[in-house]
Design a protein around this ligand. Structure first.
Ligand SMILES: [Zn+2]
Length: 467
């Protein structure tokens, strides 16, 4: 490592350390770090700018991907000193990251750590779920892990998880950053945990019955499947000790009919992590005690001392006004190995900077997240999100938790969509009508006997596009 590389790294690690308030224990019984979570707008901007000023030279000196991008754009690190300068830096998208990985396998060139330092720090390997294409692999150092443990602990404290709880993590414990991030944070929070990897759903049901965990952590699809399995086994999920369902990995809280299903089935509150592997190992968004703003609006805080969140127009990529709809762009400032400037996550939402009833000032995504721009379905020119289809299907009483949307071309070359759902009765007309009302599109429906469709064990694959 040369001098510039070392100097910029030292400064970056110092600034990360400087703002690591309440690193190991919560400051009070409501909020882990009020100095960060209840900071006013000026204080938050000051923290963000202090980090930005140091991270740009650090990225320039230590990441080939960033150095080349700065040079290509004709920018130098001092051009980006504050959040007001960020607009000079065009957003980075998944495609650009993928191209970097293809050119420089297996990890790409964007990390700020060379092989010697990786060895010195120690690392852990993770991969994306590969829901859209080939899974991507990521390494995070143990320095990163320390930062992400703290960030996730703060978020889970905001959910209301306390040391009196026992969390049951119904996850496979594969190389998925979500489960490990939760596991490590629980350790920091001194919260009891039952790891639920390598078990059948029946075994997990028995664990809940026998050991009385109070918080269930898994994907929303799996929480439904596990609850239904318990019912089939003669247990009543809502009478179990589970008081909170903590979900991640798929949109759920913002889809009110999914949220209500979970709440009714389990007689429990629903809390959610929101994030994206590219921008950080820890969560970006987190629920609080005041997440349910109204019957149909759920709000998610975004961790603003660690990240700078922007909403931009999907076409022009310029900022939208507060209250207007746009897609999420995140600058991530809480990692040694992979800070990011303006990564396009691409989830639609609207922002509110009003102070939340919980006392936190971190910006809120109102209505949570409607869906990622690249998941948008285009059927004969009509655009809709998978979350809108889910909201429509789950509005029908008695409809099974599993469903499938098949998109194909008919013999005349026209795109057609079929919703395959489960129900005891023929509800074809209702399915067609709900989807027509909410998505303004006419589709076909196929009603199957309950239990026909495969059960979701991890992340649901609901859209089958065969065009
Ligand atoms: Zn709040």
């Amino acid at each position: 490592m040369n001098n510039r590389q070392e100097q910029t790294r030292t400064k970056w690690l110092e600034i990360l350390d400087k703002y690591k308030y309440d690193a190991n224990t919560p400051a009070n019984d409501q909020i882990w770090s009020p100095r960060l979570e209840c900071a006013n707008r000026d204080e938050l901007t000051n923290i963000q700018n202090a980090k930005l000023k140091v991270v740009t030279p650090f990225l320039y000196e230590n990441s080939d991907f960033y150095k080349q991008r700065f040079d290509r754009l004709g920018l130098i690190p001092s051009d980006i000193q504050s959040s007001d300068d960020l607009h000079k830096w065009p957003v980075i998208d998944k495609k650009e990251m993928m191209e970097d990985v293809e050119k420089n396998p297996p990890y790409g060139n964007y990390c700020t750590i060379d092989e010697n330092l990786w060895k010195e720090r120690g690392w852990m390997l993770f991969s994306s779920s590969g829901s859209s294409g080939v899974p991507r692999v990521f390494r995070y150092s143990h320095v990163d892990r320390d930062l992400w443990e703290w960030a996730n602990a703060r978020a889970m404290y905001s959910f209301g998880i306390r040391s009196s709880d026992t969390v049951f993590l119904a996850s496979g414990y594969g190389p998925h950053v979500f489960a490990w991030g939760v596991q490590y944070a629980l350790q920091r929070m001194k919260v009891s945990c039952i790891p639920g990897g390598g078990m059948s759903t029946e075994m997990r049901a028995n664990i809940i019955n026998r050991f009385n965990p109070t918080v269930l952590c898994c994907t929303p699809s799996y929480a439904l499947h596990l609850g239904r399995t318990m019912e089939e086994m003669g247990m009543v999920p809502s009478k179990s000790a589970i008081r909170m369902i903590f979900v991640g990995g798929e949109p759920a809280a913002g889809i009110i009919n999914t949220r209500n299903r979970l709440k009714t089935l389990w007689g429990a509150e629903v809390r959610e992590f929101y994030g994206c592997t590219e921008v950080s190992p820890h969560c970006g968004g987190y629920s609080c005690s005041h997440s349910e703003v109204s019957d149909d609006i759920v709000a998610t805080h975004l961790m603003e001392d660690h990240q700078i969140w922007e909403l931009v127009d999907p076409e022009t990529l310029t900022s939208v006004e507060e209250g207007e709809k746009g897609i999420t762009v995140c600058t991530s400032l809480n990692s040694e190995s992979s800070p990011q400037l303006r990564f396009n996550i691409g989830d639609y939402t609207t922002f509110s900077y009003d102070k939340c009833g919980c006392g936190r000032t971190h910006v809120r995504a109102m209505g949570s997240f409607a869906g990622r721009a690249d998941d948008l379905i285009n059927l004969r020119g009509i655009k809709m999100y998978p979350t809108q289809l889910e909201q429509a299907i789950r509005a029908i009483p008695g409809v099974g938790d599993e469903y499938e949307i098949l998109i194909e071309k008919n013999t005349s070359g026209l795109d057609i969509m079929t919703a395959r759902v489960e129900h005891m009765n023929d509800i074809t007309a209702q399915v067609v009508s709900e989807i027509k009302t909410r998505c303004e599109v006419t589709i076909n429906a196929e009603v199957l006997k309950p239990g026909t469709l495969p059960k979701t064990e991890f992340k649901a694959k609901r859209i089958r596009d065969e065009r």
